[in-house]
Unconditional design. Structure first.
Length: 277
């Protein structure tokens, strides 16, 4: 029973630690833009703002890797992305546009031929998807155009002005529509990479899955699920992907616990009989 109590207590302590101590990803900004940075973009299909759409540099893609993938984030733990300031969304589009479904958002990145954070291979892409279907990764020759275009576009915003915005990591630019709207310009981003902001009114949230598309040596393969971005009316969070154990794993754990209980009961019974002698 002591063993079980220790396991349960440890779990409760861990849960309490996550709940009490807020986790934050605090990197980003246009002043330090580099190949492989991720960009959070918002686009209005109905009424384009005069200064362009909202773009936020949320930092190097390597900062969004979990410990399971060589990064520092704990799988399944939710982190607040501090580079995003929710006030900027309504400043740029107004609360009506944000809530009526016309504003879409996505997360994207590319490193072209420049490599990337953490030694990421060239021609890598980072793209989000509002569906549960994985985005496929392909050979470097098929990913290079999109990766170069995205990398060059993000680089063009290095040091971009933040006039009128609350967050120093955001800017507005009229070229963003070509990233997600113009067919073929950015290759992979012609897929449905956007989610609507309509669901964030009140206490609602909307989510996107982020995929890392490392170039393959040949053919296609499923992209690496890095985790989930969740947008609310007050913040943006990221939860690194956490693998769900196979049923056989649960069976093995249950079997180990059963053996433990049997051993404990046998030991208790031996002590009781010995004390009667």
């Amino acid at each position: 029973m002591k063993l079980l109590h220790a396991v349960l207590s440890g779990g409760l302590i861990a849960l309490a630690s996550v709940a009490v101590h807020a986790q934050t990803i605090s990197v980003g900004g246009w002043g330090t833009q580099a190949p492989g940075d991720l960009v959070l973009g918002f686009d209005d299909s109905n009424s384009e703002p005069s200064a362009g759409d909202l773009l936020v540099n949320i930092g190097p893609s390597s900062d969004y890797l979990s410990t399971a993938d060589g990064g520092s984030l704990t799988p399944g733990t939710t982190y607040t992305v501090s580079a995003y300031d929710a006030a900027d969304l309504t400043t740029v589009y107004g609360s009506t546009e944000v809530g009526n479904g016309d504003v879409g958002w996505t997360v994207f990145g590319g490193n072209g031929s420049d490599g990337g954070p953490g030694g990421t291979p060239t021609k890598t892409l980072w793209l989000s998807s509002p569906t549960s279907t994985s985005i496929s990764r392909k050979t470097g020759s098929l990913q290079i155009t999109a990766s170069n275009n995205i990398d060059n576009y993000i680089a063009s915003l290095n040091g971009a002005p933040t006039t009128g915005l609350a967050g120093a990591d955001g800017t507005q630019d009229t070229g963003y529509a070509s990233v997600v709207k113009d067919n073929g310009t950015f290759g992979y981003l012609t897929i449905n990479s956007e989610a609507s902001t309509a669901g964030i009114s009140g206490s609602g949230t909307v989510s996107l899955t982020l995929y890392q598309l490392l170039p393959t040596s040949s053919g296609t393969a499923a992209g690496v699920d890095m985790g989930t971005f969740t947008l609310s009316s007050s913040k943006l969070t990221f939860t690194p992907f956490e693998a769900i154990p196979e049923p056989s794993t649960y069976a093995a754990i249950l079997g180990a616990l059963t053996i433990g209980f049997v051993l404990i009961r046998r030991r208790s019974g031996t002590v009781a009989l010995g004390s009667m002698a």
